[in-house]
Design a protein around this ligand. Structure first.
Ligand code: DAH
Length: 349
């Protein structure tokens, strides 16, 4: 262990040499310190010295503190100097993504219904014939079950019809899936991807998006359907739009309707200045969704879970999210949504 020598020669060269010896002894001891108790002894021995010259004391303090830092795993002054960050350098630009226009439209629609107390339900994109067709009251030879319209999975021929797998053609099967799990009353919206055997063109795509809705309770009437959807359309397209219901047919609703919204592009006039309004084909109305009162035959499939058609009633609706996004943003080709061209998508940033 180092002890301070008694000096006899006080020339500056001799003093320098003595100081060097002292400092290298300090460094050597410091390097050997492992653990707290050794450190304390070391610190007290070196810092309590009365025989140190002031200048030496400062240097000693530096080494002692660096030793503590090393023990604590902190950065040494040297390392800090080497790794210094130049905060004046320009940053690295990370381009921010934004919601895809179709996803944004879906979130908006879901938001409108969330505000009305609806929850969100989801289901698989690969479905059984049972959920996609049978339990929704589609007869066995309905054209939608044809290979021309629906994409079936290969190798299903051995299975019973109801077990065959296909890509869901609409979000409606999630109606039955949710009613199998949850008892009434029920209020849900179902956003998701759906698939049809359609060749792509400006208004068709083999994959597109729908938002489905379902409300079931003890005393739901057609007026509830109209009031709810009229409110939703005003929330989405502005308080001035009007709605109109026209008779239609779907296997899973009775009665069924298609809902028209007064054209929010031309304000319902059918004209834009002197030009004809294209989105509403000059009619002043745009077809937005299909809807209706849930057919009692559908409730029969989930009767055992509290959906006795004699006791409950409900309404359902389904709309195409891509089509609504096309109308909202004035896009003239649905393919643009799926090509991933950044120049197109950046316009919605
Ligand atoms: N599933 C229908 C389709 O894809 C849309 C639809 C119509 C859904 C009426 C509904 C409804 O829930 O009640 O064309």
């Amino acid at each position: 262990m180092y002890t301070v020598p008694k000096l006899t020669n006080f020339s500056s060269a001799a003093l320098d040499a003595a100081a060097r010896d002292l400092l290298s002894a300090l460094e050597a001891e410091a390097a050997a310190i492992r653990g707290d108790s050794e450190y304390k002894v070391f610190r007290d021995r070196w810092l309590a010295r009365k025989d140190g010259v002031n200048e030496l004391k400062t240097k000693i303090t530096v080494v002692v503190e660096a030793t503590l830092e090393r023990l604590q795993g902190g950065a040494s002054a040297d390392r800090l100097l080497a790794e210094r960050v130049d905060i004046t350098l320009p940053g690295i630009r990370r381009p921010l993504g934004t919601e895809h226009p179709v996803i944004r439209t879906m979130n908006e629609i879901v938001g409108v219904f969330r505000n009305l107390g609806y929850s969100v339900s989801e289901g698989p994109e690969i479905e059984t014939d049972y959920s996609n067709f049978e339990s929704l009251n589609f007869p066995p030879h309905h054209p939608a079950r044809d290979m021309q319209d629906t994409l079936f999975l290969a190798g299903q021929d051995e299975k019973a019809l109801r077990d065959r797998l296909l890509l869901r053609t609409h979000t409606s099967p999630v109606q039955i899936r949710t009613m199998e799990k949850l008892k009434p009353p029920l209020r849900i919206v179902i956003p998701g991807k759906v698939y049809r055997n359609d060749p792509p063109d400006a208004s068709h795509s083999p994959v597109f998006h729908q938002i489905e809705g379902l409300a079931v309770d003890n005393n739901i009437r057609f007026g509830d359907l109209k009031g709810t959807l009229d409110h939703a359309m005003k929330a989405l397209f502005g308080s001035k739009v009007k709605t109109q219901f026209r008779p239609s047919f779907f296997p899973f609703t009775e009665p069924s309707a298609e809902m028209m919204v007064s054209c929010f592009i031309c304000g319902g006039s059918g004209k834009r200045g002197r030009e004809p309004c294209r989105p509403c084909k000059t009619t002043g109305w745009i077809e937005i969704l299909g809807c209706g009162m849930v057919d009692p035959n559908v409730f029969e499939f989930v009767k055992d879970n509290g959906y006795d058609p004699a006791k409950v009633s409900g309404f359902a609706f389904g709309m195409g999210a891509d089509r609504i996004a096309i109308l909202k943003y004035g896009v003239d080709d649905i393919q643009l949504f799926f090509q991933g061209d950044v120049r197109f998508l950046q316009q919605f940033g």
